[in-house]
Design a protein around this ligand. Sequence first.
Ligand code: FAD
Length: 381
Amino acid sequence: MTETPIEHADILIVGAGPVGLTLHLALAAGGQKSLLLDRRPREALQADPRALALSQGARELLEQIDSWPTRAATPIETIHISQKEGFGRTVIDRTDYDLPALGYVVRYRDLTGTLAANLADDALLAEAEIVDIQPGDNSVTVTLRHADTVRKIQAKLLVHAEGTPSDDPAVSVSDYAQHAVICEVTPTPGHNRRAWERFTPDGPLALLPLGDEYSIVFTLPPAKADAVMAMDDDAFIAALQTQFGSRMSFAKPGQRSRFPLALRLRETLVKGSEVWIGNSAQTLHPVSGQGFNLGIRDAWQLSEILLKNGVDRNSLAEYAASRRLDRRGSAFFTDQIVRVFSNDFGPLKLARGLGLLALDILPPARHFVAKRMIWGARAWP
Ligand SMILES: Cc1cc2nc3c(=O)[nH]c(=O)nc-3n(C[C@H](O)[C@H](O)[C@H](O)COP(=O)(O)OP(=O)(O)OC[C@H]3O[C@@H](n4cnc5c(N)ncnc54)[C@H](O)[C@@H]3O)c2cc1C
């Protein structure tokens, strides 16, 4: 193993997921260089099974860095929200908001592929393993192993965009005792660009239109998720049909994957010359599709502040203050939906039926929820 002399970078971004990639490209668009590193090989981004519902706001930001995956994005024109074995339902329609779509569904791999295609050749160190992080007075020195070489990089700022944190005392964890089983299925009749959010006592079930398919996010307690993962295709379709009801039938399930779900909130976004963005700052339940939509706003806000104020740790305090409302609001909104809707308690079932009914007949309440999904923080008065 060879060791090389110390290298210098203004900004080092750890994690080349969609949030780290967006930050790098937004900085580059403003003339600021940064270096990305990821422990995965480049091709691994193409193996991620998730589909993401992206807001109109996220689309507009991605367009500004020429990274909107036009052909891979399926528009959502209506969202139908209901509860299993309970009354009340509401429908949110794009025509009420004078928008081409309420949101778009894109495969994680298509989004990251489009972003990565815009990287310069020397922008990303893939398969890099961090060995040590040493905070200094006005910099951070990162030691990493890359291609049989140990490298030391001293950066003015270190941005953590490495996704969901593992156990860390700086991160509060609230376990939902739910796992998301995800998969693609073919619906009959066709989806007509309608997304479904169906609340069941086991957890929410989301159906997102994606090409001719539905991308399913099937939320279940861990033991039921074990069972669903082990089912053959026919049994899986039957289980899905039981949760969804009979308005549509499903066939040809693709490969299933699962994700344990918890709310993970980092209390402090900034420490010295280090800052946390995207899922490394907050990991939310996927129920209302807020995770990446929030993460891209983190990346955008950070790039704007660094481009305006310059690359120094003072900019980070402004960044942390500017993100407080959006991240807390999104975490609270998502957490409340999961807690209120994921149980079978009679009075709550009645209350949420009334809530859904109220959303349906009270346009201001419905508009608030819809705008929260379309624009995020801009929905707040
Ligand atoms: C089932 C499911 C459905 C979802 N649906 C939606 C949705 O509809 N809409 C939405 O907005 N969001 C959704 N999300 C959330 C969304 O996937 C995340 O918010 C988003 O992927 C976060 O991006 P990120 O770049 O912060 O992290 P990640 O996508 O996790 O990327 C992190 C990157 O960092 C790298 N990395 C990790 N550790 C290290 C290390 N030590 N050194 C170097 N590199 C490292 C990883 O290899 C990876 O490439 C969903 C999540 C799940 C689980």
